[in-house]
Write a protein that binds this ligand. Structure first.
Ligand SMILES: [Zn+2]
Length: 198
């Protein structure tokens, strides 16, 4: 900034320029109160090193801490650590849930000649069920739709017996089926109860 510019800025009221964080969406001043402070800082450092320095350089932190009592500093740090631990625990729980989730592919015999295949549990892996149904319909040139099962949960019903093929698609991570661990996929068969012999 030139001398002329800085003196003008000093005289006029400097416009308030608010920078928003790309991670937590709050103004940068509030990042430290969120649960993603570490990520906020990393992102800013990458996107705008100059702005990062303004907020987080040693001098900036020193200047800021200088205005706080030691007690307040310790409290702030403790709170930040607590929030981060909480966010980490949450992410951990989400991962555990994902790992425990199961995709069930069921071959259902409607009658002697007709089968349908139900695919249940894809949403736990972030799969858009409608998109997956569309992919199945195109891939197998058959009908596929998202429906609610008897338990009120959404699942995909594909016309025909394509359970083996769907398992393969998941294994290969084709299209929207990317990223589902094959160990979490179970293939089952559902035959109508028979009265008497075959
Ligand atoms: Zn932030």
């Amino acid at each position: 900034m030139s001398e002329a510019e800085s003196s003008t800025a000093a005289q006029a009221v400097a416009p308030v320029q608010v920078h928003y964080c790309e991670v937590c969406t709050f103004p940068l001043e509030y990042c430290e109160f969120g649960s993603s402070f570490k990520k906020c800082k990393e992102s800013l450092q990458k996107e705008d090193p100059e702005l990062y320095d303004k907020y987080y350089s040693d001098e900036a932190l020193q200047a800021k801490l200088g205005t706080l009592s030691l007690e307040a500093q310790a409290k702030l740090e403790k709170e930040a650590a607590k929030k981060e631990a909480k966010a980490e625990a949450k992410a951990d729980a989400a991962l555990k849930k994902k790992l425990a989730s199961q995709v069930t592919i069921k071959r259902i015999e409607r009658n002697k000649r007709k089968h349908v295949t139900s695919v249940h549990g894809l949403e736990a892996f972030g799969v858009d069920l409608k998109k997956a149904a569309k992919q199945f319909a195109q891939k197998f040139a058959t009908g596929a739709s998202v429906t609610k099962n008897l338990q009120g949960q959404e699942e995909i019903i594909v016309q025909g017996d394509v359970s083996g093929e769907i398992v393969e698609l998941i294994e290969e991570g084709v299209g929207v089926l990317k990223g589902i661990p094959i160990d979490n996929v179970v293939e089952v068969e559902d035959k109508p109860k028979k009265k008497g012999g075959d």
